[in-house]
Structure formats: structure tokens, C-alpha cells
Design a protein around this ligand. Structure first.
Ligand code: GAP
Length: 507
């Protein structure tokens, strides 16, 4: 593989190694749906565990929930999704092919369609002679918006009253449960409620592998602040010296590229509010701490026209995908929009009693970090993937915390019973605490290479000296360096290596 890995090449790799399969492939598949394989499920679970650990367990100001996928449809009326969560379509007058209007304009005219309404898109279709992708006719007409929520019916009735939606985001469950969670967990402002779970969007054009699918998973956090304290973030100074690639809406209007800037300078120049930059930095640091590359991530402010119906200000964490800089994670300032909407629609009191002022207030969501697990999955794979020309092999430099298999155990030769027995004993012990793999097939070099491709950080080989000296060879994926360690020390050493407490050089 030469040059930058394409999304198609990554998809082929993922299928070959058992990370991701096209869903129901034996029946021709289904666009926008995927199945995670034996390595993929481990990587995905590790991403979710690491996110939960850093966003919930390690913070005293955040608790979690796990809401249901189907909920009372009034939730989606109140949130604005029934009215607004739609894409503008264009239909071919000749063959009836229906596509997203913004996509066909962007693909043909190479212009941004951000914030454009139906008449603007129609003008661009005429101006750039955009043709039907299926039959080639020039009769593409902009039609009614298409709502992206999947519908279903609840119970045996097929009537309108039985209709419900699969949730298009996890966030609304947090707002609907706000009062219960706040009171029962006795949370004091400022605080957050987090959730990980499936979301569904009937995307008109699912594309770029896992980037835009119809069923995906989100890791979301709503951070609530007293309305009078939205400008004061006690934690922002933690990141003053932190550097990010920044692209403000003004820089976009002036067609300037992103540039590096310290958080302190952003705040001094009033480019962004303290809570907002705090959460963007927190999210950015989470990615970097797990192996993503800082140069491939930037923060970009939404221009006025592209903001969602609920957002006062939104910044995205964008990743430099092979198909361009695209949204990896949205961090919106939702103000008190959602709680107020649910108060109005349900008639219930969702306010918070402020001890200081002895009054009821409706908190503001100053930041909503909202990350797709599947997009994070892509980012960690892209930044880990390397074709090593010396080894003539792919090496997946996944962070040990994310690696699907933490350690592999091999007997040097498979036809020597004593080696096999000793290796299986070690495998049996390590397996109690780490995801582990045993392999005795093929030459030892091939076994190492298979593990390099799976992203396994450490391999252990049992040889004839092991039987005499009670030690084994441990090999590090990234450097291919090897060291001898005592079998009795293995569980502790593997744990220290994986948690980063010691480096391989210390062995
Ligand atoms: N609650 C806010 C919200 O849902 P969003 O920008 O629509 O905001 C948040 O989605 C994140 O969910 C995105 O940044 C992306 O990571 C992920 N996401 C959204 N649509 C997706 C899709 N069709 N396929 C995969 N991931 C998606």
C-alpha cells in the first residue's frame, strides 16, 4: 500500500481481519448497516469502556444513564426532531431516482452547500448542470425534505397512534430523565449526565464505510450549568497551555486555513467560551491519550447557517479522513433549549432548585460532547495503521488499552508436547485477566506478523530454554524488540506494560 490509506482499503482490511463485516452479506447486504467481528467487537468495547472511565468514573461531576431506544414520540415532537430533522432531496423527473440534494451539488460543483435552502440548491443544480447519477438525465428537481427518523409501530396496532421512532440521538433521554437523575444522584450544578447507546438515522446516502451508517452508536454527555454561570468555567485553566488546531467561522468566511493556537489565546481573544473550549480540549486529550495523532484533529466552529435547530454555538472536532476534514464529534452549546421544550410540552417541572438563591432555575447545557463510537473506531484504526516495508507487513499500532488482543502466547514448535503444554498453561493463566490468544500454527515469524496486523502489543514465546529456566521471550509489536522474563512474573509484567506503568526497555 502506497500513500494514504483509503476508506475502501480500510474496509477491505477490516473484513479480512475480522474487525467489521457488511451486514447480512450472504443475502446481498444492506446499505448503512454493519456487523463487528471478533476483533472489532473488542476494539469497540474498549473504546466505550475508556470513554466511560474518563467521562463518568474518573469525574465526580458526571453520572450515567442507559435510556431506551424507543420512547414516547412526544419526546421527538418536543425536541424538534419531528419538524426539523430532515434532509433536502432531489428526484429525477425521468427515472425517479431520489438522492440528497446537497450531496449531488457538492460532488459536481465542488462548492459548499452548508446552510443552503431548497431554492438555492435548485439554482445550483441548473447552474452546474447536475445530472441524475442513475440515468444521466438533467431533470433533477428538489423535492420535500425527508425526515431521517426510522418509524416503527408499538404493539399489534398498525394505526397512526401506535407509531413511534427509533431514537436518532441518545441525548433526549437525558433531558427527559433530567429531574429524576439530578434528584436521585443528588447532583449539584455544574454537573453532567452521560450515555452510550445505539442511535438510528435513515440516512439517504450512507457512505464512506462506518462514517455515515444508518445504525450507529453514540457516546454523549450533557453538561448542565447555572444560567448565570455559563461564562465561568473553574476547570478551563487546566488547559491554558494546551494547543489545538482551530478554525473559527470568521476564518472560514475569509477562506483561511486552520492554525495552531493555545487555549489561553483563544480565551483572551474571546473566540470561544471557557466551558466550550474546556470540553473540546477534554475530548481532544482523550483521543490523543489513546493514540490518535494531534495533527489529524482540528476544532471547527459551525458557520451561522449550519447550526442545528437547538444550538446556540457549535464546534466540531474534525478528523483528517482520506475523504477530507469531516466531523468526528460535535460539541454544541444547547443552552436551555431542550429542557424548556420538554417543560412546555410535558407540563412537568424539570427545573433545579438553587440553594444559593433559594429559587428554581432551568440549567443551561454549555457543552454537549457527542461522539459516534463508529467514527472513533475509524480514527483509531486510521492513525494506528502502518504498512511496515521492512517487515513487509501491516502493523496496527493500536494503544494497548484499545488493542483487541492484549497478549498472544506461542509454543516455539507445535510438535513438541512439552512446549505446547507449557504455553497452554501460561495462556490459561493470562486469559483470566487479559484478552489473550493462543497460536501454534505456522512459522513463528508468521504468527508474529498475524498478531502485528491484529494490533496485539505483546507476544510471548515458549522455547526449550523456558523448560529449563522457567522464563519466556516477550516481544514488543512496535519495535520488535525482545526480552526474557520469568514465567512467574508474567501476569504482573504484562499488566504493568499494558497500563503504561513501565516501558519495554525496563524489562
Ligand atoms: N446529540 C447531538 C447529535 O446527535 P450529531 O452531530 O448529529 O449531534 C453526533 O451527531 C455524532 O454522532 C457525530 O459527530 C458522529 O460522530 C455521530 N454520527 C452522527 N450521524 C452518524 C451516522 N450516520 N453514522 C455514524 N456516526 C454518526
Amino acid at each position: 500500500m502506497m500513500g494514504k490509506l483509503s476508506i475502501e482499503e480500510l474496509a477491505v482490511f477490516c473484513k479480512r481481519k475480522g474487525f467489521v463485516y457488511p451486514n447480512s452479506e450472504i443475502y446481498g447486504g444492506m446499505a448503512g448497516f454493519f456487523d463487528y467481528g471478533h476483533l472489532g467487537v473488542e476494539l469497540k468495547n474498549s473504546i466505550k469502556q475508556e470513554w466511560w472511565k474518563s467521562h463518568v468514573h474518573q469525574r465526580s461531576d458526571v453520572v450515567g444513564i442507559d435510556g431506551s431506544i424507543i420512547t414516547n414520540p412526544k419526546v421527538w415532537q418536543a425536541s424538534g426532531h419531528v419538524a426539523n430533522f430532515a434532509d433536502i432531496m432531489a428526484e429525477c423527473g425521468k427515472c425517479g431516482n431520489s438522492v440528497r440534494a446537497d450531496h449531488i451539488v457538492e460532488d459536481k460543483a465542488k462548492v459548499s452547500t452548508t446552510g443552503l435552502y431548497a431554492p438555492d440548491l435548485q439554482k445550483l443544480i441548473y447552474k452546474h448542470k447536475v445530472k441524475c447519477l442513475r440515468c444521466g438525465s438533467d431533470e433533477m428537481k428538489v423535492t420535500l425534505p425527508f425526515n431521517l427518523m426510522f418509524k416503527t409501530t408499538v404493539g399489534p396496532s398498525q394505526k397512526k397512534e401506535a407509531e413511534a421512532y427509533l431514537r436518532p440521538e441518545t441525548a433526549q433521554l437525558i433531558f427527559a430523565d433530567f429531574r429524576l437523575v439530578q434528584e436521585n444522584a443528588r447532583m449539584k450544578l455544574p454537573f453532567g449526565i452521560a450515555q452510550i447507546g445505539k442511535a438510528f438515522r435513515n440516512e439517504i446516502a450512507p457512505r464512506d464505510f462506518l462514517f455515515r451508517c444508518r445504525e450507529f452508536e453514540q457516546m454523549e454527555l450533557e453538561y448542565f450549568v447555572h444560567p448565570k454561570k455559563v461564562g465561568e468555567c473553574p476547570y478551563a485553566s487546566e488547559f491554558y497551555g494546551y494547543e489545538l488546531n482551530i478554525l473559527t467561522s470568521e476564518m472560514q468566511q475569509k477562506q483561511q486555513p486552520h492554525r495552531k493556537m493555545k487555549v489561553k489565546e483563544m480565551l483572551d481573544r474571546k473566540l470561544i467560551l471557557p466551558w466550550h473550549v474546556y470540553w473540546l480540549s477534554f475530548e481532544h486529550r482523550w483521543f490523543i491519550s489513546l493514540g490518535a495523532k494531534a495533527d489529524n484533529i482540528r476544532i471547527r466552529q459551525h458557520v451561522q447557517e449550519e447550526k442545528s435547530h437547538y444550538a446556540a454555538d457549535t464546534w466540531d472536532l474534525e478528523f483528517n479522513f482520506p475523504f477530507g476534514w469531516k466531523e468526528l464529534e460535535g460539541v454544541a452549546n444547547r443552552s436551555d433549549y431542550d429542557l424548556q421544550q420538554h417543560i412546555k410540552a410535558s407540563g412537568k417541572d424539570l427545573s433545579y432548585f438553587d440553594e444559593e438563591s433559594k429559587s428554581k432555575i432551568v440549567p443551561h447545557v454549555v457543552a454537549e460532547p457527542s461522539l459516534g463510537v463508529d467514527r472513533a473506531f475509524l480514527v483509531f484504526l486510521f492513525d494506528a495503521y502502518e504498512y511496515d516495508s521492512k517487515r513487509e507487513n501491516i502493523v496496527l499500532h493500536l494503544h494497548p488499552k484499545l488493542a483487541p488482543i492484549k497478549v498472544a502466547v506461542f509454543p516455539l514448535l507445535s510438535n513438541k508436547d512439552e512446549l505446547v503444554a507449557a504455553a497452554k498453561k501460561i495462556y490459561g493463566e493470562l486469559r483470566q485477566n487479559f484478552s489473550c490468544f493462543y497460536d501454534e500454527s505456522g512459522a513463528i515469524g508468521r504468527r508474529y506478523y498475524r498478531m502485528d496486523e491484529a494490533g496485539t502489543p505483546y507476544c510471548i514465546t515458549v522455547d526449550f530454554d523456558s523448560l529449563k529456566n522457567h522464563d519466556v521471550t516477550i516481544r514488543e509489536r512496535d519495535t520488535t524488540k525482545q526480552a526474557r522474563v520469568k514465567i512467574s512474573d508474567l501476569p504482573h509484567i504484562v499488566w504493568q506494560l499494558l497500563s503504561g506503568m513501565i516501558g519495554f526497555d525496563k524489562l
